[in-house]
Design a binder for this molecule. Structure first.
Ligand SMILES: [Zn+2]
Length: 121
């Protein structure tokens, strides 16, 4: 287990990163109201009535790009949320695959890590 002081420091870092990610996600995406863990890329409103085909194609491309970034941010966002839940439950720092201790150096490098190096994907 990670000692309380260290856990608090890592929790602070997780919360800060979560806030930053939320700003990024809100900027280019929208949270699914029925599933707060799911975000979708947005690119403003597509005005199908006035836009011609090439403009629509450009916008679609922008949306596709946003979607990719949103997916990445969303994954990190959810990993951090899970880590914060583990801190609350008192299971933080325990490998979710092997049940062993996650080395502190790994948590310092990535406070959202939920496995030891051995069991990382
Ligand atoms: Zn492990």
């Amino acid at each position: 287990m990670v000692d309380k002081r260290t856990t608090q420091k890592l929790e602070e870092r997780l919360k800060q990163e979560l806030a930053t990610l939320e700003i990024g996600l809100t900027d280019i995406g929208k949270m699914d109201p029925s599933n707060p863990a799911d975000w979708h890329g947005t690119n403003g409103d597509i005005e199908t009535g006035t836009a011609d085909a090439s403009i629509l194609a450009d916008r679609f491309e922008a949306k596709t790009t946003n979607e990719g970034i949103v997916t990445e941010l969303e994954e990190r966002f959810n990993n951090i949320k899970d880590a914060l839940i583990r801190i609350k439950k008192g299971t933080y720092g325990i490998c979710s695959n092997g049940g062993g201790k996650i080395p502190l150096a790994r948590l310092e490098a990535n406070p959202a890590a939920d496995t030891c190096i051995e069991h990382a994907d």
